[in-house]
Structure formats: structure tokens, C-alpha cells
Design a protein around this ligand. Sequence first.
Ligand code: SF4
Ligand code: MG
Length: 323
Amino acid sequence: RESLLEVRDLKTYFYTEDGVIPSVDGVSFTIKKGETVAVVGESGSGKSVTSLSIMGLLDAAGKIESGTIIFEGNDVTKLSKKDRRKLRGNEMAMIFQEPLTSLNPLFTVGNQISEAIKIHQKVDKKEAKKRSIEILKKVGIARAEKIYHSYPHLLSGGMRQRVMIAIALSCNPKLLIADEPTTALDVTIQAQILQLMKELIKDKQTSILFITHDLGVVAEMADQVIVMYAGQVVEYTDVFTLFKEAAHPYTKSLLASTPKIHEQTEKLQVIEGTVPNPNAMPSGCRFHTRCPYVMEKCMNNEPVLTNIHNRHQVKCWLYEEEG
Ligand code: SF4
Ligand code: MG
């Protein structure tokens, strides 16, 4: 399959009063057309900053230091603000964890969807309304007419997320970035939303970058998986390999701490310690402060992301050839 997005050695730093924070520190990956790539890691691993860098939505403190983001052959980091905005409206769309913050409380759902449709599909008001109601039905909202006239705060979390998906899809994006879109929802609704996303992209060849801390969601959605730790990629492979033979100690701990889907677990094994303070990154391997396999050389020497099999990359000294 053809590639849609290629991120190469992306470094996104934040300039704060406390110093420079390397939130994303040399990240590379590829998304092919129609493929879903999941980025998984704890909060603070740099997954959201990666997605905001791609979308061009970093706040004023954040800056892309170096690296390239090639979307359909063009480096989007070189685009003007205006062209970036255009791309965002037409080719890339994003859905977030809390739809209430992205929906305007002062306007009805219908108003917000039909605005998006009017802009992206260049149709008049009447046609926009018709298409809005169609798209609301498509995202599984039965009483679409009623919801069309409702205000966002009157809807349930699951309903709001359906509305956000409807807005995101109204521009027929080639790339949909979903940042923890189901995290705030209860398990049943979460399953429905994931199912809905799968159905909606099936025939369209839409690519998805799926940001999550939930390996159950990864199993459900992803083709390829990137595991991030402290701003870096520590493991990168396809979803089957990840669940069958995860190699990085961090990935293994994540897997051990994830309850199996549809299985009530009494006790969760949690990974000890916390994500390092980005102002004071550990030397050597950034995971060495928490790693059960830590060796002498891990403390001062940084391992490189290495191919251990075909398309299975791991950043860990356990897998690097000596010399
Ligand atoms: Fe653990 Fe060392 Fe591998 Fe880092 S390089 S994950 S500390 S074994
Ligand atoms: Mg996040």
C-alpha cells in the first residue's frame, strides 16, 4: 500500500520557564493509506504532542525543532499557517477525548455540523442540513432530527463523541487523528464507538492515527503499533507481533498491566515508578529507572531503535548485537 504520512525524526520541544522540554524526541513512523496506526504509552510519553505536531495545532510554547512530516509527498512543517489550516479542514481531521471542549456550547449540534459541511463540501444551507442529518444517522444517531436541534451539553458523552466523529468525517479526511476518543466513555459505549469508526473507514481508505494508553483498544483497532516512552519510540511493529512477542521491557510491563478484554481482573499489575520528569531525563536508556532488566551499560549509553525482525523495531540493549 502507498504511504500517506511519513514522520521522520520529529523533534518537538516546549519552551517553558523551567527550561526546554523535549516532548517528542526523534520519532519516526509511516502510515499507509487505509491503515490504522496506534500510538500507545502512558500520559507524558509524547503521544498527544506527536499528533498535535502533525495537525499543526501546537500552542505557542511548542515548536517543531527538526524532522519532517511528509503528507502525500509534501513536508507540512514547511507550509504557511493558511495552507496548514486548509489541510486541516480538508485532508486531516481530529477527534479528542472530551468532545464537550471541542463543541461550541452556544450553538446547536446541527448548526456546527452543517457549518462544517457548508465549508468543506461547498453546498447551500438547505443541502448542508440534509447532509448533516444523513451523517448523524450514519454515526448511529436514531433521532437525528431531534439531535440536530439539540445543544451539546444536553447530550450524553457517547452521543457527543458520535457528533464529533460526524463533524470530523464531514470533510472526508484522508487522515483521522483520534486522541483517546473513547477514554471518557463507559465500556459498552466505547465498544460501539470503536465499531462505528471501523465501519466508517472501511470503504473509504481513511487512515487513522489512534492515540491511546489502552492496549485493549490497540488490539481492537490497530494494524501497526508504536510504543512511546519519554518522547521516544521504544517499540514499533504490527499488532499481531506486539501481542505475540513484544520485546521491549516497557511494552511487556504495559501488556502485563492490561486486563484482557471482556475479562474482569481482580488485581492489576502496575508498572512501578512514573514517567521521568522531562526536565531531567534519565541518562542512557530513559526507561532504566523503571526497568526490571536494567544493566550497567543502560545507565549511560542510549540504545538505538534496531530491527530485530522484519518490521519489528526495538530500542533496548537486550536486543543489540555486541560490538
Ligand atoms: Fe531496560 Fe536496558 Fe533495555 Fe533500557 S536498554 S529497556 S534499561 S534492558
Ligand atoms: Mg494525551
